[in-house]
Design a protein around this ligand. Structure first.
Ligand SMILES: [Fe+2]
Length: 284
């Protein structure tokens, strides 16, 4: 029997990578986020994680659900969206074809339109590459990346999350699930981009709702959070419709989840969006 042994909501902002360049002015601002991603990687290794499943809000698809089922993820990534921020980032990670196919199979059982792809030229997006850069730098665990469809529904993403949990339990793997995406996600418009854009929020309304969400998580008031999640995703400009968060909570058991939320770094803004790293403990 497989087991879910780690679950977390994580940031993947490119400014993490920029902060690593020598003399970067962002080094101090991003250090807590970088250190907490490394800590999550350390915990994953300590718990014997064999596979990461990453719900990647930066891999945006149109129709249907898509899973990268390649046996090996290898490439040099330059972001189309922000080539000035992520260039030639090399990655070489094992994939988990069996788990990817099993997730697709269980989702098909629920009548979802899902495809697990084995296409050598299908690379990873930075919503997967950036967290793996810190958490799985030597490829100690296999990686399955799941896209976030744009033309989908809240309910369908919930089914995909539930299917993922069933597939994990049927597998022989010890799995970490990562919801890779921001909290609120309104970005600064071009004209307002300046040095402060890295470290300021574009909407005070969004910041206040993000902080309230973190309070609800701390208090394990997940039912209230889940009931507000459709409005939160819409009104606070959710990245990829917050599909990563919907899938994560579906995999955790939705209203039945009672675990502790451990916030691993302070909430921080990046390009106007709200970011955080939080582990949702599954050792209840
Ligand atoms: Fe993103």
């Amino acid at each position: 029997m497989g087991q879910l042994v780690l679950a977390a909501k994580v940031t993947h902002v490119p400014s993490l990578m920029l902060s690593e360049t020598p003399d970067s002015p962002l080094r101090a601002a991003r250090e807590p986020a970088v250190m907490s991603l490394r800590e999550l990687g350390r915990r994953a290794r300590e718990r014997g994680v064999t596979s990461f499943v990453v719900f990647d809000t930066h891999w945006l698809s149109n129709f249907g659900y898509h899973i990268n089922a390649n046996e090996r993820h290898r490439g040099a990534f330059t972001s189309h969206e922000a080539p000035q921020m992520i260039q030639d980032l090399r990655y070489d990670l094992p994939g988990d074809t069996n788990l990817a196919r099993s997730i697709a199979g269980r989702a098909l059982d629920a009548d979802l339109n899902v495809t697990a792809h084995q296409v050598a030229s299908l690379g990873l997006e930075y919503g997967t590459i950036v967290p793996m850069h810190y958490m799985n730098p030597d490829g100690f665990a296999k990686v399955v990346s799941v896209a976030s469809p744009l033309f989908t529904s809240f309910e369908e993403s919930r089914l995909l999350g539930e299917a993922t949990r069933r597939a994990i339990e049927e597998s022989g793997e010890r799995v970490a699930i990562l919801a890779s995406g921001s909290l609120s996600h309104r970005l600064w418009p071009n004209r307002k981009l300046g040095p402060d854009a890295w470290t300021s929020i574009a909407s005070e309304f969004n910041r206040q709702v993000d902080l309230r969400v973190l309070e609800l998580w701390q208090a394990r008031r997940y039912r209230e959070f889940l009931d507000m999640l459709p409005d939160y995703a819409t009104k606070c400009n959710g990245e990829g419709g917050m599909a990563d968060t919907i899938m994560l909570f579906a995999a955790l058991g939705w209203y039945d989840y009672r675990g502790a939320a451990e916030q691993l770094c302070d909430y921080f803004p990046s390009s106007g969006s709200g970011q955080v790293n939080v582990e949702f403990h599954v050792d209840m």
